[in-house]
Every structure is written in structure tokens, then in C-alpha cells.
Design a protein around this ligand. Structure first.
Ligand SMILES: Cc1ncc(C[n+]2csc(CCOP(=O)(O)OP(=O)(O)O)c2C)c(N)n1
Ligand SMILES: [Mg+2]
Length: 325
């Protein structure tokens, strides 16, 4: 087990959040295949350690702006499985009140979670704004956001990092490099195999981490949070992982070499952490089975709750949307 400040109880908590994310994801994918889904669905498989490890390194006062593969962060920050399934099924009690049956807009500012704006880097300048609000108010909090490898080639990525660096903002950006942007492999959309090295162009630290190792993600984010809180400015973190399914449920990802997937399957973040915890004696099979049972019940209850919930009242259609009343 690596050296860090995690207690064994916290390690089991990390495992619980990753398993909750995994089982939520598997259930969601199955439901969509059964025709029980409403909107688009983006699998989280492979990304659990990044969203959970990063969110675990923050306090509830820190702002987080997750993206479409950060279900673990939404869950860990207190957006319940009921509300998220409600959202995915377009129900009135879903996070967006049936406005978007997806992960878009799924924020809750009472939990300091900014709703996801677009798959491309549109949450970045918004999170930077939150970071600067802490500076102006003299508060010791940070803002953390995520983006994809594909999105890291879009203009806003560079503009935001540049301003964050110039303003020395308490801002952390994690690039979830999952090797593909839709069907485009990394090498077809950028010459450099590294994304973290781009930080040098802005005069800030850029670090790379194994995105399938939850404790490594936690430790590197914790370090970046410390820097940000002590006024040392932003950090760019590149977390390397693999998108294990298609871009979204409609995409069979036939363009991804099977050998590449098989290779990454051996590094599955959830299974790998389970094995490490067992080997280190942090938990035994009985405790692992208890966690799995708790997760299964929680997800089954959330699905039942969401499927029994009403759709929104058509009379409210103009409420809570930009062009509304
Ligand atoms: C403004 C805008 N343009 C295009 C899209 C379509 N789109 C959604 S995700 C995506 C690729 C994202 O790839 P990446 O940044 O690597 O994230 P990943 O999905 O791999 O996690 C594209 C082109 C969009 N959602 N919004
Ligand atoms: Mg990608």
C-alpha cells in the first residue's frame, strides 16, 4: 500500500464510492439496452478512480465542476442515486427536473457542484470564475474541474489555463486522457503523446498520474489542493485511463483495437483496488461482500424510486430554462 494519509476506513470509503459508481453505471447501461432509458448515456467504466479519487481530496466548501465521465464525483458530493436516476429517466424529481435526461446541467450549487455544461471544455472558465470568487472574498477554497483529451485541443482549454496561471488562481484541472475523443484516437488529434507537458507553456506545474489507481489520484490532487490553498496557483493533472465502452450507449466502439481494451481490463480500477485492499488486509471477503450488498440495495432502490416517480408537469416546461419566463 502506498504511503499517504489515508486511514483504512477512508480506503474502504473510496472503494465504496467506486463500486457505487460502477454498479450505477452497469445498471444504467443495462436499462438503456432494455429500452428503459430516456436520454443519452455515457458509460463511466474505467473512469471511476479519477472522479472518486479527485472528489475525495476536496472539502464540501470547494467547488467541483464534473464532466460526463465523473458520476463518482456527483455521487460523492451528495447528489443521490435517486436524483441521478430520476434525471436520467427525465423525472420531475431528477436533478434538472426532467429538462435533460443526461448528465448535462446536473449540478447543485447548495453542494458546490457546478452543472456540466458541455462535453467540450465549457466548464473550465466557469470553474475558474468560482476559483477567483474565492480569491476576491478571501476564502481558502479551491475549484476543481475535469475535461477530456479531445477537449484539451479546444481553445477554451488554453485560454482558461492561461488566465488561471496569470491570476495565480486556486484552480485544478484534471484531463481524463482516455485515449479517444469519440472515435478519434489521441495520435490523430495531437502530435505530443503527453498532455501534462502543456502546462509548461503557461508557467504552471503539469503532472501525470495513473488514472486507474484511486490512491495515486487522491494523493496527486491533494498535493495540488495544498498548493492552491496556500496561494501557489493552479495545477494541470493528466490522468491516464481508457474508455472501456463506446463514447455513448449507441456506439459499439468497433474502431478500438480489442487488444488495447484487454490490456486495460487488467488494470480495471475497481477490481484492482479490491484486490489491493484484500492483500493489505484492509478488508476480508465478508466485508467486501457487505459493501457490495449495500451498493446493490442502494442502486436497486434508486431505480425503483426513479421509475415510480412522475414526469414533469407540462405546464412547467418554460421554467428553469434559458428562454423561459
Ligand atoms: C460544443 C460541442 N461540440 C461537439 C460536441 C460533441 N462531442 C461530445 S463529446 C465529444 C468528444 C469528447 O472527447 P474527450 O474530450 O476526449 O472526452 P471523452 O468523451 O473521451 O471523455 C464531442 C466531439 C459537444 N458535445 N459540444
Ligand atoms: Mg477522451
Amino acid at each position: 500500500m502506498e504511503k499517504n494519509d489515508l486511514t483504512n476506513d477512508q480506503r474502504l470509503e473510496l472503494y465504496y464510492w467506486m463500486l457505487l459508481t460502477r454498479v450505477f453505471d452497469e445498471t444504467m447501461v443495462t436499462m438503456w439496452k432494455q429500452g428503459r432509458g430516456v436520454g443519452g448515456t455515457f458509460s463511466q467504466r474505467g473512469h471511476e478512480a479519477i472522479s472518486v479519487g479527485a472528489a475525495f481530496a476536496l472539502t464540501p466548501d470547494d467547488v467541483i465542476a464534473p464532466m460526463h465521465r465523473d458520476l463518482g464525483a456527483y455521487l460523492l458530493r451528495g447528489i443521490t442515486p435517486q436524483r441521478i436516476f430520476g434525471n436520467l429517466l427525465g423525472r420531475a424529481n431528477g436533478v434538472t427536473g426532467g429538462r435533460d435526461a443526461n448528465l448535462h446541467g446536473m449540478g447543485d450549487m447548495t453542494l458546490n457542484v457546478i452543472g456540466f455544461i458541455s462535453h467540450l471544455p465549457h466548464s473550465l472558465p466557469v470553474a475558474l470564475g468560482a476559483a477567483m470568487s474565492f480569491v476576491h472574498r478571501g476564502e481558502p477554497h479551491v475549484a476543481l474541474t475535469f475535461t477530456g483529451d479531445g477537449a484539451s485541443s479546444a481553445g477554451l482549454f488554453h485560454e482558461t489555463l492561461n488566465m488561471a496561471a496569470v491570476w495565480n488562481a486556486p484552480f485544478i484541472l484534471i484531463v481524463e486522457n482516455n485515449q479517444y475523443a469519440y472515435s478519434t484516437p489521441l495520435h490523430q488529434q495531437m502530435k505530443s503523446p503527453e498532455i501534462a507537458t502543456r502546462a509548461a507553456a503557461y508557467g504552471i506545474p503539469g503532472v501525470t498520474v495513473d488514472g486507474n489507481d484511486v490512491e495515486a489520484v487522491y494523493a496527486i490532487v491533494q498535493e495540488a489542493v495544498k498548493r492552491a490553498r496556500s496561494g501557489e496557483g493552479p495545477t494541470l493533472i493528466e490522468a491516464k485511463t481508457m474508455r472501456m465502452l463506446g463514447h455513448a450507449i449507441h456506439d459499439g466502439a468497433e474502431y478500438v483495437p480489442r487488444e488495447l481494451l484487454a490490456e486495460w481490463e487488467l488494470r480495471d480500477p475497481v477490481k484492482r483496488y479490491r484486490e489491493r485492499l484484500l492483500e493489505a488486509g484492509v478488508a476480508d471477503e465478508t466485508e467486501m461482500a457487505e459493501i457490495a450488498q449495500r451498493v446493490e440495495v442502494e442502486i436497486a432502490d434508486a431505480v425503483a424510486f426513479a421509475e415510480a416517480s412522475p414526469l414533469p408537469d407540462p405546464a412547467t416546461v418554460t421554467q428553469g430554462v434559458y428562454a423561459g419566463e
